[in-house]
Ligand binder design. Structure first.
Ligand SMILES: [Mn+2]
Length: 296
């Protein structure tokens, strides 16, 4: 598979590494998250190379490598480790359901880190339907590993989760409803801009309004929109001192209209563009993946 139909470069040369995590066993509502990585990459060829927000074509200056697919849960950690190289790279993992996040972070994060967690659900259960590593449990594992969490867009909680988000000192909680208030929104952006040190970004696609992204395993009414998400990316990548250790996008279920996977592919492009700009790649020589493309 390729991103935007760009030829894959060797891992050693890649600025951006896209990991395909085709694991979707634990989704309760819908099925098909394991199909999302390839559906997002397939539709990414429809997206213009030029990013109208950052006013550049990121892939002119950056090179990309799409990994082979990992579909067994017990192999996600070692697969993630196998993709890490001692150079400045951004690893973006395309899920799969949300249970993959703790396995990816186990591989990437060697010390306590801030997890910016966009989701309709708190995902704090210790186990769900008998499964300790279900899509309803990633936050539990992340906190257990010592990470701090900033939760954004939450609007569906189990009673004990509702208590924990307000009492756990390691959770900075921004519910979807509260974010309708300008003052709360501003507080979220201040919090993100103040980030310093290692940060991992996890985007559950059900954080978005399901009228915009209908293809998710467990849709919830309410939710954020595209520009709210790009504002978050801008604050994180361009206005903060955070060092981004990795990104994942999970819980997408490809659907016939292709609206959901097109949304995800655009969001993926924004992540790549904003990160590339933050690294100053627009000032280096234009020898990226796009320069090998022949135009008609
Ligand atoms: Mn989730």
């Amino acid at each position: 598979m390729e991103y935007q139909e760009l030829a894959n470069v060797p891992l050693e040369e890649a600025d951006v590494v896209i990991q395909r995590v085709a694991f979707g066993e634990s989704v309760s509502g819908g099925e098909g998250t394991e199909l999302a990585p390839d559906a997002i990459l397939e539709i990414s060829e429809q997206i213009e190379y030029y990013d109208e927000d950052m006013e550049w074509s990121p892939m002119k200056y950056m090179s990309v490598c799409v990994s082979d697919s990992v579909s067994e849960y017990d192999k996600i950690k070692s697969h993630t480790e196998s993709l890490v190289r001692p150079k400045n790279q951004l690893l973006i993992s395309l899920g799969g359901d949300h249970s993959i996040t703790p396995k990816i972070t186990e591989a990437l994060l060697k010390r306590p880190t801030t997890i910016l967690f966009l989701d309709a659900h708190a995902d704090l259960r210790e186990s769900y339907m008998g499964n300790e590593f279900s899509h309803a449990t990633p936050s539990h594992h992340l906190l257990k590993a010592g990470h701090k969490m900033i939760m954004v867009g939450i609007r569906s909680l189990f009673e004990t989760e509702a208590v924990r988000v307000k009492t756990d000192a390691n959770i900075d909680y921004f519910s979807d409803r509260a974010l309708r208030k300008e003052s709360v929104k501003e507080k979220l952006f201040e919090t993100i801009r103040a980030l310093d040190g290692d940060v991992y970004l996890s985007i559950d696609m059900d954080v978005f309004n399901p009228a915009i992204v209908p293809g998710v395993g467990t849709p919830q009414p309410g939710g954020i929109d595209y520009y709210f998400a790009t504002d978050i990316l801008e604050a994180l990548f361009l206005d903060s001192k955070a060092k981004i250790k990795g990104v994942d996008m999970v819980e997408l279920v490809p659907e016939a209209s292709t609206v959901s996977q097109t949304f995800a592919a655009n969001l993926l492009q924004k992540i790549i563009s904003y990160w590339g700009k933050s690294q100053g790649f627009d000032k280096r020589k234009a020898t990226g993946s796009q320069t090998k493309v022949a135009y008609e």
